[in-house]
Design a protein around this ligand. Structure first.
Ligand code: 8YV
Length: 317
């Protein structure tokens, strides 16, 4: 018997947990259903792993009433275009800040103290004798972290940094006196953050303004001992410029949760450098956080299907 549940276009496969949560409520159809006959029966779009949603996709889906995104960043969705068509876009703000800030700090600690390199060495054939002269890293406590983007995730990174006895500088579109007061962090212009920081952490959303926020010129302004941490989006950093800077030891190291492109081609030179610690976009990847994201994205989806206000709606800028 054909399903009577509302048809929702999704970039399948979903994880077991997300699928189990959605399936009692909706009939999930694969992304390529947009190009097949019957596309006009689709009433919602569910984005799980950042597929592109733009005007030409929406042209094929005339009955869509809502777009629900599993995650907070919506740079893969043309929100102004959806808004123009009267289609609300929902996301999952707030619930992943802690996990993503934890990942920023995990990368900061790992890159500064050469954790992954040390793990490889400790397991490898060359570790036959302890030697106090090998693998010296960079101090964490007492150093300065500069955070680009003092939103929800940035302020959680700042809190962790204060707990590690670090000085905190930040740069943001708007000053955040509330965070300055609560956490004792200092606002600085972009160049000062670059020049003064031992760790530069990126937590900005990807927009036209933040694309290649860190390029050749910015890397050249950083200390030769500085470490760059990106938990934002890959294109916030110019990959070629970063690869060059790391290969030439113009900066000390990088810790990357995201890359551009993502994934990098397997033979990419960045992947061969020992001063890069890289994980495959794991910022929010804990059972608890992903569970909360799934619940929120379902609430948005169901509200949109019922033509109700979305509990967590993205506002077009
Ligand atoms: C998720 C993210 O991994 O929320 C975001 O913007 O990038 C991550 O939390 C992602 O959205 C799920 O695909």
């Amino acid at each position: 018997m054909p399903s009577v549940l509302p048809k929702v276009l999704a970039d399948l496969p979903l994880s077991q947990a997300v699928g189990d949560l959605l399936k009692p409520h909706v009939d999930l159809v694969p992304w390529d259903a947009a190009d097949q006959s019957g596309a006009d029966a689709v009433v919602a779009v569910y984005t799980y792993g950042h597929p592109t949603v733009n005007g030409s996709l929406l042209d094929k889906l005339p009955k869509v009433r809502v777009i629900s995104n599993f995650g907070v960043g919506v740079d893969h969705i043309d929100v102004p275009e959806a808004t123009r068509r009267g289609i609300p876009v929902g996301n999952t703000p707030g619930v992943l800040d802690g996990a993503t800030a934890d990942m920023a700090f995990t990368l900061l600690l790992a890159a500064g103290r050469r954790l992954v390199e040390g793990d490889r060495y400790a397991r490898g054939p060359n570790f036959l004798r302890y030697d106090p002269s090998y693998m010296l890293g960079r101090e964490i406590h007492g150093t300065t972290v500069g955070i680009f983007g003092m939103g929800r995730i940035g302020s959680q990174v700042a809190r962790r940094a204060r707990g590690f006895d670090m000085n905190v500088l930040y740069h943001n579109r708007n000053r955040r006196p509330d965070v300055e007061q609560a956490l004792g962090v200092r606002y600085a212009l972009r160049d000062e953050v670059l020049a003064q920081s031992d760790y530069v952490v990126l937590t900005v959303p990807l927009t036209a303004e933040t694309r290649h926020l860190i390029g050749r010129a910015e890397l050249a302004k950083m200390k030769s001992t500085a470490i760059l941490i990106n938990v934002a989006r890959g294109p916030v950093v110019d990959t070629d410029a970063l690869t060059e800077a790391l290969a030439r030891r113009q900066i000390y190291a990088a810790g990357l949760d995201v890359t551009d492109p993502e994934p990098l081609p397997r033979g990419h030179p960045l992947l061969k450098l020992d001063n890069v610690t890289i994980v495959p976009h794991l910022g929010s990847a804990t059972d608890q956080t992903r569970g909360r994201m799934a619940e929120m994205s379902l609430k948005n989806l169901l509200a949109g299907l019922q033509k109700e206000a979305l509990p967590f709606r993205v506002v077009a800028k």
